[in-house]
Design a protein around this ligand. Structure first.
Ligand code: ZN
Length: 255
């Protein structure tokens, strides 16, 4: 089986502005996330990193076409992501590319455009202890993940989290302050799979935790769709009687 082509995208802004972030992620959040995925999946993945300042914001058409699963980390620069970048990413997700949205990416234009809601949630930057509870133990993203997965100090993200009802809910987190949040949520969009995972505050080095790395790796495998359905997602298709007879569905062809 050929390796899953993973692109880890990050705006790469906080690391260069705030000392606490540079301390937690000296080589950048994207590099830590990429390292974590490689550490768990080895040769089963081919991981590249891209950042906002690269040509076409790191995500030109050709790079997206060659990506099986895109991982997204953003926070300060959501507004700098252009509508055309959002449109390219969204189209690829609908066409079968997997998408993993991390932490403050809940407010990214890409995620909001795929969800259709505000995606707002409550938050408190403090020293809460976060417990990530598996609520769907047969789900592949939960495989091998500690129950609960303990994050000793983390930013609180709490309900109400304004997302559509997830197609599958995998994790719910609780915090020292008493709040809870749906922290691991799966969505089907077009031919693509989307997973949102809330841990990952930039000043707290959670992407180095083995349990978090395991979640990310599992999510990559889950979101990857090697042979997207040949069903065409076009807006209008004229359909004379018996249009479906004699059609050939090319296996593995992209629509
Ligand atoms: Zn944060």
């Amino acid at each position: 089986m050929s390796a899953i082509r993973v692109t880890v995208w990050s705006e790469h802004v906080s690391e260069r502005r705030e000392e606490a972030v540079a301390r937690a992620y000296p080589r950048g959040l994207h590099v830590a996330v990429a390292d974590g995925i490689r550490a768990v999946l080895g040769n089963a993945v081919d991981v590249t990193t891209r950042t906002l300042e690269e040509p076409e914001q790191g995500l030109p058409e050709a790079a997206l076409a060659a990506t099986g699963v895109l991982v997204w980390w953003g926070h300060l620069a959501h507004d700098q992501v252009t509508d055309s970048t959002v449109a390219r990413v969204r189209a690829r997700v609908l066409d079968g590319m997997g998408l993993i949205v991390l932490h403050s990416g809940h407010l990214s234009k890409v995620f909001k455009s795929l969800m259709g809601t505000s995606c707002n949630l409550r938050w408190r930057e403090g020293d809460d202890r976060e417990l990530v509870w598996t609520v769907n133990p047969s789900h592949p993203i939960a495989e091998g993940v500690p129950h609960p997965l303990v994050i000793e100090r983390h930013e609180m993200y709490g309900e109400f989290f304004d997302i559509p009802q997830p197609d599958e809910l995998v994790f719910v987190s609780s915090f020292s302050g008493g709040e809870v949040v749906r922290s691991g949520c799966c969505f089907n969009r077009g031919k693509g799979r989307v997973f949102y995972f809330s841990p990952g505050h930039e000043t707290q080095p959670v992407y180095h935790l083995p349990g978090v790395r395991r979640v990310l790796a599992n999510a990559v495998v889950w979101a990857h769709n090697p042979a997207p359905s040949p069903i065409v997602l076009a807006a209008t298709l004229e359909s004379p009687v018996d249009w479906f007879r004699g059609q050939r569905a090319p296996h593995g062809a992209r629509g």
